[in-house]
Design a protein around this ligand. Structure first.
Ligand code: HPA
Ligand code: ZN
Length: 334
């Protein structure tokens, strides 16, 4: 018997595909590609996943990505995620990828994206799961480097839904990427940015005012600014919240203190997501279950979170309506 959360139709909106690289696949790809990784065993990799902050994690995450070399590696990586997500009731996934993590070590942009696109087509054929790509710029690198990435992406722009902004937040405010986000917007791409994970509420405001984002990834620290919370609620801005990530990266000390409950109470369009599930100890349903238990969320809250995942997605209106009707049908009998 599937539990209520697993069976509930949901979208995942905040998932770094490189962060779904499980240690077993990391070892298999290292062997297949003759890449040396600084770990003796799968257990040693898992033991290294103790992070005090975002940067601790990013150092290991970028090192792990070095095993991804061939197009088939990106396909296998994404396929492993889609299988796991399908088992969790995900029917639509908007996945981020970090091209610079790969192009900076000599992997062609086309190798990365064609591997992901073929897995996306296979996920739709096998699981009926739709998906979209979010091309994320690494914010610790320059805006010029982000522009170079946007140029490389040119032949595939019709296959990319949005651009994002990730990596080390502190010291790299959204405004650093004002021009490249404007250029991305001009080509018809949607916009999202990590803000307020470790960075201050001002970074959330900047992402809205300077970048003009369509949604905010994380956004936890927005709660420190009452006027900002009112603005986010009034505008129906989506926040892609990642409870187990926040716990693993010490953004919260205890899930019982997680801001998701306060976000819902404030009328914010919060969603639940896994971020980097191979590193943070759970896929999307694990995140729903953990935060629901820690905060005592009601069945109504859980349904609201799933509804928000579709209303906050980049899907066309008709598809959103279809998914919301599927939630209603599920809730009526579950
Ligand atoms: N924050 C910033 N950058 C990232 C993350 C995150 O949680 N995961 C992968 N890149
Ligand atoms: Zn993230």
């Amino acid at each position: 018997m599937k539990d209520f959360i697993t069976g509930l139709p949901k979208a995942e909106l905040h998932l770094h595909i490189e962060g779904s690289l499980e240690p077993e696949l990391m070892f298999a790809l290292a062997a297949r590609n003759g890449v040396t990784i600084p770990f003796a065993s799968v257990d040693a990799v898992r033991a290294a996943y103790a992070f005090a902050n975002l940067q601790d994690f990013l150092d290991i995450y970028y090192a792990g990505a070095s095993v991804l070399v061939e197009q088939v590696d990106f396909h296998d990586l994404a396929m492993a995620y889609f299988e796991r997500a399908a088992a969790d009731g995900v029917v639509h996934a908007e996945i981020m990828f970090d091209p610079q993590t790969h192009t900076d070590r000599g992997i062609a942009f086309g190798t990365v994206i064609e591997g992901l696109l073929s897995a996306m087509a296979e996920a739709e054929a096998r699981f009926g799961m739709t998906s979209a790509l979010i091309m994320s710029f690494l914010r610790h690198l320059s805006e010029e480097a982000a522009f170079e990435t946007l140029v490389m992406a040119q032949p595939w722009l019709d296959r990319i839904a949005a651009v994002g902004l990730d990596s080390s937040e502190l010291g790299h405010p959204p405004a650093k990427f004002a021009r490249v986000f404007a250029a991305a917007r001009a080509t018809g791409l949607r916009l999202t940015a990590h803000a307020g994970e470790e960075g201050p509420p001002e970074y959330v405001t900047e992402a809205l005012d300077v970048l003009g984002v369509d949604r905010i990834d994380h956004g936890n620290r927005a709660l420190e600014d009452e006027a900002l919370v009112a603005r986010l609620a009034a505008s129906g801005m989506t926040l892609t919240v990642c409870p187990l990530s926040n716990l693993k990266l010490c953004v919260v000390q205890d899930l019982a203190d997680h801001p998701l409950g306060r976000m819902l109470a404030a009328g914010l369009r919060a969603t639940v997501n896994s971020d980097d599930p191979a590193y943070f100890g759970g896929y999307v349903a694990d995140n729903y279950r953990a935060v629901a238990k820690a905060l005592g969320l009601s069945r109504g809250d859980i349904v609201q979170l799933a509804r928000n995942s579709f209303t906050g997605s980049f899907l066309p209106e008709a598809a959103v309506a279809r998914h919301l009707a599927a939630i209603d049908a599920y809730v009526a009998v579950a």
